[in-house]
Design a protein around this ligand. Sequence first.
Ligand SMILES: Nc1ncnc2c1ncn2[C@@H]1O[C@H](COP(=O)(O)OP(=O)(O)OP(=O)(O)O)[C@@H](O)[C@H]1O
Ligand SMILES: [Mg+2]
Length: 225
Amino acid sequence: MIRTQGLRKVYRMGNVEVRALDGVDIEIGKGEFVGIMGPSGSGKSTLLHMLGLLDTPTGGDIFIDGTDVSRLTDYEKTMFRLYKLGYVFQDYALVPELTVMENVALPAMLRADRTEQQYKAATVDILSKIGLCDRRTHLQGELSGGQQQRVAVARAIVNKPDILFADEPCANLDTENSRMVLNLFKEINREMQQTIVMVSHEEWHKEYFDRIIRLRDGKIVNGEK
Ligand SMILES: Nc1ncnc2c1ncn2[C@@H]1O[C@H](COP(=O)(O)OP(=O)(O)OP(=O)(O)O)[C@@H](O)[C@H]1O
Ligand SMILES: [Mg+2]
């Protein structure tokens, strides 16, 4: 479902070149829950941003479901993201002026193929899954960090994306709330065969992943657990 070949990303800062990704070949199958791990600066976020079409590689290829994504126009990439991909970030990235319900419904409202009735039903469905139905009229500021991240997960999966990307979603959470988010990921991975690609630098998260892609200095060091 995801395949990269010789993926490279070079950042140039004046005369200094940083090879954030230095020839990365990976394959991720449908329904896999994959962890991207490695030390700080090893290229984890860079890889996730390339796979999630949030940034453009310097070289190499990315195929998602057989589509060579480098050939897509900016508009096609936007549509690809909206219809096929979901994202969770470490800082939740919720809209503070919107209620929980409105935040979760947002990506569904943007889709031309969803009626109001459909996206409202999907939103309520997801909110009960994450156990926050009773908080649906709350604003972000009225929720704990763990609750905010569960709302962000709900928003990311409301459209049932083919692939869910998460960049250190537990970085700002304590162990208990981290486990809650990881268990939620595991549940949607199992029940909905949701493909999940998650960046983490916490070794104890390993137990949740089907497989680990380890990076060091922009290169894969070990494809297995
Ligand atoms: N926008 C940028 N401009 C210049 N260099 C960058 C940029 N983004 C990342 N880098 C560099 O690329 C390398 C990889 O960064 P990346 O953010 O992918 O690492 P990471 O593995 O996610 O680290 P962390 O665990 O600290 O989040 C680092 O050396 C970083 O300094
Ligand atoms: Mg990072």
